[in-house]
Design a protein around this ligand. Sequence first.
Ligand code: LRH
Ligand code: MN
Length: 430
Amino acid sequence: MSFRISDSLIAENNAELAAALDDDYASLARRLARRGLDIDAIAAKVAAFHVATPTWGVGTGGTRFARFPGPGEPRGIFDKLEDCATIQQLTRATPTCSPHFPWDKVSDYGELAERAAALGLRFDAVNSNTFQDQAGQPLSYKFGSLTHTDKAVREQAIAHNVECVEIGRALGSKALTVWIGDGSNFAGQSSLARAFDRYLDSTAAIYRALPDDWRMLLEHKLFEPAFYSTVISDWGSSYLAAQHLGPKAQCLVDLGHHAPTVNIEQIVARLARFGKLGGFHFNDSKYGDDDLDAASVSPFRLYLVFRELAEARRARGPSFSPSYMIDQSHNVTDPIESLMQSAIEIARARAQAQLVDAEALAAAQEANDALTAHRLLKAGFLTDVSPLIAEARLRAGGALDPIAAYRASGYRAAAARERPAVAAGSAGIV
Ligand code: LRH
Ligand code: MN
C-alpha cells in the first residue's frame, strides 16, 4: 500500500493531548513516589516491553458459522506486514510479528524478510499448521497429524514443521510454535496413551531439526476441534512432553485454552519455576477459546498473570524471557484497532505489576495476613497507569491515543481504496 500514516499527523494528535498528559503524569508520579516508586524507571521498563502481533489477526476473523470481512482486508502477508507496521508505528509496543504457515507462504522469504525490515518489523515464533488440509496435500489430517495412526501422515506433518523451521531461519525467527488439534470425539475412538507416545515420537523428530539457538513452543488446548479428548489438552501434558524432549522445548500458554475456572496464573508460576514457560498467546475469553481482545473480559486475570511474571523475573533474572505474543480473532472490530487496544492493555498489566511492594507482600504472606496480602497485591491493579503507559509510548515515538490517531489518519479508507473488497460468507477463523 502506498499510504503510510505521517509522523506529522501523530505529532499533531499528540500535541492536542500533551498538556493533559503532563498534568496526569506529574500527579501519578507524586502518588507513586509516596509509595517509593520511580515512575520514570517503570515507564522505561514498559517502553522496553514488547508483544508480537499475529499475522493472522490483522484480517477480520470469523467463527465456524461465518466471517464478515471488513473494508481493506489484507490480501496476503505483504499487506499483513503493512498493517502490523501501522500497529507498531502508533503503539511502539509491537516491533515483532508471528507468522503462520502456509497462510503466509511466499516464494521468496529473503524478500519477505527485507520487506519486514524496511517496515521496522522482526519475526517472533513461526507457527506450523497441521490442523487443516491444504489443496493438493497427499494425506489428510482429518484423524490427526503428528499423532495420526498412519506413520505416513505423521511424517507429512513432521516434514511441514521442519519446513517451517527452515522458513523461520530465513526470516530470522528463533522459535517454532506447535499447536495441533489432534484428539477424538468419542470415548474409545483413539488410544489416549498411544496417541501421546506418537506425539512424543513426532515432536522428537522436529526437535532434532531445531538449530541450537532455537526453541520449540508446545501449545496446549482443552478442546476444539476435538470434543472428547485432545492429545495436548493441558499444561501437564505439555510439560511432560517438553521435559521429555529436552531443554529447547518449552510450553506456550494461550490464555483461551483452559476451562473458564482454571487458575492460569498458577500454571504460569509452575511452568516458570521449572524453566518451561516458553511463551504466551494473549487474548481473553468468557466461555471457550473465544479469542477476544486481551483484558476485554478479565483484566484482573491478565494482571495476575503479569504478577507471576514479575515474581518469576525476580527469582530467575534476565534469562527468564518468554515470547509474548497476541493470538486473537477480530470478528466485529477493525483488527488494527483491536490489536492496538490489546497491546495497550498488555502494557498496562505489565506496568501495574511493577507497582506492588513485593517485600511487604511476602511478609504478609509469611504472616498469613490474608487481607493485607490481597490488598498489597491488588494495589497495582487499582492504580490507573494510563498516563505512564501513554508517556512510554510518547517517549518511544508513538501516539498518545493510537486509536484516535489511526481513525484521524484515514488508513482504513486508504486500504479499502487500494485493496479489492473481499466477499462475505466463508466460515473459519481467518
Ligand atoms: C489454536 C490457536 C493456535 C493457532 C491458531 C490460529 O486455537 O490458538 O495458536 O495456530 O489458534
Ligand atoms: Mn494460540
